[in-house]
Design a protein around this ligand. Sequence first.
Ligand code: PXG
Length: 465
Amino acid sequence: MNVISNHMPTADLQALDASHHMHPFTAGAELAKKGARVITRADGVTLTDSDGNNILDAMSGLWCVNIGYGRHELADAAARQMKELPYYNTFFQTTHVPAIALAAKLAELAPRDLNHVFYACSGSEANDTNIRLARHYWSAKGKPDKKIIISRKNGYHGSTMGGASLGGMAPMHAQGGLPIADIHHIDQPNWFVEGGEMSPEEFGLERARQLEKAIHDLGEDKVAAFIAEPVQGAGGVIVPPETYWPEIQRICDAHDILLIADEVICGFGRTGNWFGSETYDIRPHIMTIAKGLSSGYAPIGGSLVCDEVAKTVNDAGDFNHGYTYSGHPVSCAVALENLRIIEEEQIVENVRDNTGPYLAEKWLQLADHPLIGEAKIVGMMASVAMTPDKAARAAFASEKGTIGMHCRNRCFANNLIMRHVGDRMIIAPPLTITTADIDILMERAVKSLDETYDLIRKEGLYKAA
Ligand code: PXG
């Protein structure tokens, strides 16, 4: 058999990739023409590609490598577990030590009475679980008509049929006949784009009250749950106005529905607390977790469930749901080791008290850049909105995402992974990033923004819609 080695020429790797590998969220034919960037190794916050370039990964992979790359303790934990018990399932009245130990640890870390975990392998799967769990819960309570889940436009909850339906991404719904039945979307709290003449505070209330109106219009006896990310990640690091979450919480308390916080990105330190729900004082019945749970070293996700929902479901007989790899022992062992490191090295506290504020001070100064209309940051997730007219918060005349793509390309050229979502630029670096690396990140980000500004003015793209 051929060995796929790191030492093959980049062009050969790219040709094989183009011939046999279908990439997620990618125009395959277009990528095949230019060839994918091949990442060969990583350490700390730095990726190395097959041409030997060192790139600062300000996205933690896909928002997941919270403790940074190259932590051999996790590799050792995986190897130990593979030798001892590589696999056994948790169906049919069996269990194993890693699943038990991780469940107990999660119950300890999670706020309030979120004391129970249903394991999945990803955030998408966990959100599929949540749909079934919420509907089954109400059914067990004698209210089988409470089936509708309310979520938000431009929210992201995964790519399975359920996850993508909960998500409010129009381009995803346009493919494959989504959303599935009984999912209802309300507007997002994105003040910069949709706030109009309202103050951020007024706008936050207006958007939150859309939930109350939807519950009223659909009927409280038909609505099972509301799901949202504490801070929208994939939607562009949309930090909600301060009035938003308290009003959402009030509405959920006033009506008989479940509140599901999707903590796939916000969980495990990203916002400067263990969970985004703590940062925003949200009291969910269920939390979706994945990504930072294992820092991406092994696939794992889950639903953290409160006492009342867990008891109702447990008392209702079989819950006919589960995945072969629910509670996979190797993933659980890796997650446990990851959580040990986060706790022992006080990584969350360090984000909250030291590196987070250090990054925030520099990031917020980007609002003075001629291209930037808004700079937002919570913990270690941040965004800037690019605009041709700050005062009017105007969009560009060019097709949405054109300027973002230019900026992302300048970042790539400057060895910085900073993503674009439309014409918004976003970062979510490993939580272990040092102040010295934050300086490098900011230097490359500013250089890339300067170059984008020059480029789009030269090309006549610095124009409002
Ligand atoms: N919920 C949230 C809030 C997420 O961010 C998922 C669920 C789904 O998790 P899995 O593990 O099934 O991917 C996510 C995933 C992007 C991007 O482009 C974001 C995610 C995944 C892929 C790309 O920002 N988030």
